[in-house]
Design a protein around this ligand. Structure first.
Ligand SMILES: C[S@@+](CC[C@H](N)C(=O)[O-])C[C@H]1O[C@@H](n2cnc3c(N)ncnc32)[C@H](O)[C@@H]1O
Length: 254
């Protein structure tokens, strides 16, 4: 396995993701362990069309909703990229940032990154299931590519908890991979996404082994399902503000 370092904007040096480059006899389910955490910035950038755009626009969007002396929750924070973007765009030291992830490897790396880049901010890092977290006094909640990893039956309950913990006028920013109800359309989007990955240097073997690893772990929904579930949870207005191939982001207002 070769190790290659790349410079990513605002993220420093990061290792190249080649976790799926060697043929495997059997492909284990994907998990957010230390090996994944070490290459995660590169994996996200080369796997999610528009990831860097989404991250910087999350900060731009959050700026309009983050209120003094309230909490900003980053649920499934990984290495804290979304929290960092909110901080860069708000520069509000009265905000309490609460970053939650159930991967110890992610939380450890997130802690040192946020200490380095936002030392004067109030940040609480919690290593736990996001379903165990109480949401209080929130003006912004970020679920950036995390809801899709929860069992589908539990997703509404999490959105209800978020809705109840948001202040009036608060916002949930929800980014997810999408599926499409028409099979032909769905396949077209999958093919485009795989082209995107090939263009970013992933081989067909890497693409197919990663797909096998993730298919039991990440269960995407249609856009209609997301909109309906958000309405059921109480959100008065939902706007899709971003889509690149089968990756999308929504803003839901309380
Ligand atoms: C695709 S990554 C999220 C990327 C990150 N939000 C960003 O913007 O860079 C999904 C993250 O959610 C975490 N995760 C998945 N299920 C979780 C759960 N039930 N509770 C807490 N964290 C979870 C994973 O450990 C992983 O770090």
């Amino acid at each position: 396995m070769t190790v290659c370092l790349r410079m990513l904007s605002g993220m420093g040096m990061t290792k190249q993701d080649n976790l799926f480059s060697d043929p495997k006899d059997s492909v284990a389910d994907f998990s957010f362990d230390a090996m994944v955490a070490d290459v995660f910035p590169d994996m996200l950038r080369r796997s999610i069309p528009g990831y860097e755009n989404i991250i910087s626009m999350l900060g731009v969007l959050a700026r309009g909703y983050a209120k003094n002396n309230t909490c900003v929750y980053d649920l499934g924070c990984s290495l804290g990229a979304a929290t960092l973007s909110v901080h860069r765009h708000t520069r509000d030291l009265s905000l309490q940032h609460i970053c939650v992830d159930n991967s110890a490897a992610m939380i450890q790396r997130c802690q040192s990154k946020l200490k380095r880049h936002m030392p004067a901010s109030s940040v609480e890092l919690i290593c736990d299931d996001i379903q165990n977290i109480q949401i209080k006094n929130a003006s912004v909640v970020l679920l950036n590519f995390t809801l899709q990893f929860l069992p589908p039956k539990t997703r509404l309950s999490l959105l209800e908890t978020i809705y109840q913990g948001l202040e009036e006028g608060g916002v949930l920013i929800l980014s997810e991979k999408l599926i499409f109800s028409d099979q032909g359309v769905n396949q077209q989007f999958i093919d485009w996404h795989h082209e995107f990955k090939r263009a970013n240097g992933y081989s067909d073997l890497e693409i197919s082994q990663k797909r096998m690893a993730i298919e039991n772990v990440m269960i995407p929904d249609t856009l209609a399902t997301h909109k309906q579930r958000l309405a059921e949870a109480g959100f008065s207005q939902t706007q899709q503000w971003f889509q690149a191939f089968n990756f999308s982001s929504l803003v839901a207002l309380k």
